[in-house]
Ligand binder design. Structure first.
Ligand code: GLU
Length: 320
């Protein structure tokens, strides 16, 4: 088999010229991204790293943050309490769909669609707004292993143009699905989406999840291991917008994407993988990102239900 660094380089070259898709533009700041940015990062549980392309280029984490905030409130409040506020049922709808609130159970469907993510964020514990911001940032820092910052201009842009998210929060307030100060919850939600990361950070975050919450580089426990099964389950069923089913079928590992062009994916017990490329398909997923993951799954057989390859195949194969 081709050595993994060579394989990654070839994969990068193969898709660097693919210019299908569009930059997200519903938040004006996101439209300023360079469509040529492209990066692939892999981090294994024993700390090996493989990087190609613009892996240090910073971008806002966007919807990928939803996974980590969900883990944070699961850890703080426990599964049953969180389930009362947000369900775990996929919707098959776009991320910002307004209509999908489960009025019967008085919950948004799942924590990966915006309504569910805003409800999840509203559960972040803390003394006051700045304490909650602080806890949220510290939480991200445990996963990436260094300080993180909010991109102020993306945050302001989101806050000023986030009418749809505001409407959703008001609707949930009306249905009794949200409590407390919704403007503060929205502010915190816009802020979590505006946290700056790079592709390497995303791979480390994914590897931390793959390692049951233990950051393989810093050796810090980022989240209690008991939360991992729950977050991987919702990533698997709801993580890729209205492409989640097809992704599960073709790639077969839990993942989450965001509108700035990142995709973070977890090969459980083996590695974290991230791709960054801001040109999006019409479901909001990175075009090159999806293609890269399809190729990786095809070549390394890490689809969770690919039983022909035995266990621990990916980490072993790329170590050669
Ligand atoms: N900040 C974005 C929003 O709520 C997140 C979108 C995304 O990455 O899916 O509109």
């Amino acid at each position: 088999m081709t050595p993994f660094p060579r394989f990654l380089d070839a994969l990068y070259q193969q898709y660097a010229g693919l210019n299908d898709g569009k930059l997200a533009s519903y938040i004006p700041e996101l439209a300023k991204a360079d469509p040529n940015w492209f990066a692939i990062s892999v981090v294994t549980l024993d700390g090996k790293q493989f990087h190609v392309g613009n892996t240090q280029q910073k971008f806002t984490i966007q919807s990928i943050s939803k996974v980590f905030v969900y883990a944070m409130v699961l850890e703080a409040l426990g599964r049953e309490a969180v389930l009362q506020t947000v369900g775990v049922e996929p919707t098959g709808d776009p991320f910002n769909s307004l209509i999908r609130l489960d009025e019967a159970s008085k919950r948004p469907y799942n924590p990966m669609v915006n309504a569910g993510a805003i409800a999840t964020t509203s559960l972040i514990p803390g003394e006051n707004a700045s304490d909650r911001i602080e806890r949220m940032l510290t939480m991200f820092q445990r996963y990436v292993g260094h300080e993180v910052y909010v991109d102020a201009s993306v945050f302001v842009s989101e806050r000023e143009t986030g009418h749809r998210n505001r409407a959703m929060a008001h609707l949930m307030l009306n249905f009794g699905m949200l409590e407390g100060d919704i403007d503060e919850a929205l502010d915190l939600y816009f802020r979590q989406c505006s946290v700056l990361v790079n592709c390497q950070d995303l791979a480390v975050m994914a590897a931390t999840i793959a390692n049951r919450g233990h950051n393989p580089l810093t050796k810090e426990q980022a989240v209690h291991p008991d939360c991992i099964r729950d977050i991987l389950s919702v990533m698997y069923t709801c993580g890729m917008y209205n492409f989640a089913g097809e992704w599960a079928y073709r790639v077969g590992i839990p993942a989450k994407s965001g509108v700035s062009g990142g995709i973070l994916a977890v090969v459980p017990n083996e590695a974290g993988i991230a791709v960054f490329s801001p040109l999006l398909d019409d479901r909001g997923n990175s075009v090159r990102g999806v293609r890269v993951f399809e190729e990786l799954a095809q070549t390394y057989g890490f689809h969770l239900f690919d039983l022909s390859m035995g266990r621990c195949k990916f980490a072993e194969a790329i170590a050669q």
